[in-house]
Design a protein around this ligand. Structure first.
Ligand code: Z5A
Length: 212
């Protein structure tokens, strides 16, 4: 595996974690804090933040889709990532903006790799190809015991409806990725109060702004 390509313009920050861990909440709080400091910020998400991605999101998350081959699911998420990187993420970074994404490549390594038990190296090769091996300067992993995250919601989409064992493998998948590359990860306990988590994220992001 190559070292990967960290953008030389802009700042690329990603939030990852299981369902209900607080990714959307923390993404918005970080965006608001950066905008108050005069930064131009693009807040985005996967899957579904492009016209084609919206269609792909419906297919992968709608319970009515039913069973998909694990490989089909991995390829659909990869297609969403390719659209997202080429049409949303890279253009904003090239403009020198801060890009915050709610989920990215680690989600496919954790869900389609560790969760579905596809070969993680194969899933990674596809996802890195789809994303031109573009890597976030920082990934914030909001770690939460799966049942606690699922309890924060009532409805269940195709992925949320998987077994608790599946979600435990996903959680461990995320933790393994973070442990392997501490320079590019911040792991936080998602049970902590929202404001405390936001403060910890800001403290880690602040020095990175000097390079953006
Ligand atoms: N998926 C995949 O398999 N492969 C991939 O490559 C990608 C994704 C990119 C996308 O679902 C699904 O696709 C996801 C992984 C899979 N599936 N699952 N399962 P999504 O985009 O619809 O949803 P999500 O990404 O899982 O996010 P979420 O469920 O909406 O949760 P969240 O964004 O992490 O949490 P939140 O909305 O900020 O907060 C949830 C609630 O908890 C809300 O009421 C908050 O007020 C509350 N909250 C937040 N923080 C706290 C704290 N600290 N304490 C207490 N309560 C809190």
């Amino acid at each position: 595996m190559s070292a990967g390509a960290y953008p030389d313009r802009g700042l690329f920050v990603c939030f990852e974690g299981g369902e209900g861990a607080g990714k959307s909440t923390q993404s918005r709080l970080l965006r608001d804090w950066l905008v108050e400091r005069g930064r131009t910020v693009l807040l985005t998400f996967e899957p579904g933040d492009t016209p084609v991605g919206k269609e792909l999101r419906r297919i992968v998350l709608d319970p009515a889709t039913g069973d998909l081959s694990d490989r089909t699911e991995a390829l659909l998420y990869a297609a969403d990532k390719a659209e997202h990187v080429d049409h949303v993420v890279l253009p904003a970074l090239e403009r020198g903006e801060v890009v915050i994404t709610d989920r990215y490549v680690d989600s496919t390594l954790a869900y389609q790799g560790a969760g579905r038990t596809l070969d993680v190296a194969e899933v990674e090769a596809v996802a890195r190809w789809a994303t031109r091996d573009l890597r976030p300067h920082l990934t914030v992993l909001l770690d939460l015991e799966p049942q606690a995250g699922l309890d924060r919601f009532s409805g269940r989409d195709r992925i949320e409806g998987q077994s608790l064992d599946f979600h435990r493998r996903v959680r461990q998948g995320f933790l393994d990725l973070a442990a392997a590359d501490p320079d590019h990860y911040l792991v936080l306990d998602a049970r902590d109060p929202i404001d405390e988590i936001a403060d910890a994220v800001r403290a880690r992001v602040a020095p990175l702004l000097e390079r953006a």
